[in-house]
Ligand binder design. Sequence first.
Ligand code: PMP
Length: 407
Amino acid sequence: MDFDIKKIRNDFQILSQQVYGKPLVYFDNAATTQKPQCVIDKITEFYQKYNANVHRGVHFMSAKCTEANENARNIVKNFINANHSHEIIFTHGTTESINLVASSFGDRFITKDDEIIISELEHHSNIVPWQLLCERKQAKIKVLPFNDKGELIIENLETLISKKTKLITLNHVSNSLGTINPIKKIIELAHSHNIPVFIDGAQGVQHQEVDVKELDCDFYAFSGHKIFAPTGTGVLYGKEKWLEQMPPYQGGGDMIDIVTFENTTYNELPFKFEAGTPNYVGNIAFGKALEYVNSIGIENIAKHEKELLDYGTKKISQIENLTIYGNAKNKTSVISFLINGIHPYDAGMILDKLGIAVRTGHHCTQPVMDHFNIPGTVRASFAFYNTTEEIDILYEGLLKVVKMFNS
Ligand code: PMP
């Protein structure tokens, strides 16, 4: 398909509105993405016509929702090229997927004095659940550092690995710096030591092709809302061999086989990990969002976003006293920056009044900010529906910010 930006933007009505009388420039896509009309329509369609709880009903509408929910699972499976649809667990998002593994894998496989390696680039969601696990089990966290460009120092990994290492966990892409981590290389190295690898893909899947079979990762987690799907949806991919061995995460309806007061047996995968009524309408719309991404083509998305990144980096670098944080060779469309003497929050507030939505602060990556000894950054993050004209507006906006602070 041709990449027709005008047509694409028409699918996202929200982008054509004005805020404070200015055309909206939405550059907060790493926090959440906008939803195409087909996704919004899918939600409406199911609530208008078919809504009924899944898995338990014999009637028409329940069967319809059940089928659509399982079809969505299959779409996810194909999207990341998993072996089986039962390796796809629906969750509320990346955070829940990480907590699920930290709790369940942790209960089964982590014991006193074991070690988990995480990277210094992680979102708090991929730090705190492992810390809680390590506190519970008296295990230990080791940290793989990054250099000042924002690239992981892979050569250090071998020295961090020991006989006690039970898991390596890191993100595919850093949300605050945009670094694309060499996860395939890390997975290969980890596997040569028989260590499984968990990938936080919250910023990965929406920017590039992800093939879990090719990567050979043991787990891969992502959030629906960051890939044009509704909030409250997410995925945990896990290799069957791990999921089969892991105990349930939460107890409740659907995750059981037979319940008596003496003993309970559990449902098969993936339902063992999906206690209670799932967000089936959300999941169905999630499937639609992935079909939409497929219709544009992830390679077209990657190409356009790379153009935006290159254009934006060049343009914004022209501003005096501006420092970009995160200059990795492999980057997604995220530009994190600071202008000397201007607090990121102040810059963000002024840009907001100009209709430009950026994020300011530590982006839930305080260790990354500590590395650079800064309180936070201004982050502009682009999606495939953004344009170079919008980057020009950001540039003009930043000139105004500078002028206001200099006067
Ligand atoms: N990991 C990364 C790298 C993220 O960017 C985010 C969201 N900012 C998360 C985890 C958490 O995702 P969610 O809030 O959707 O669970």
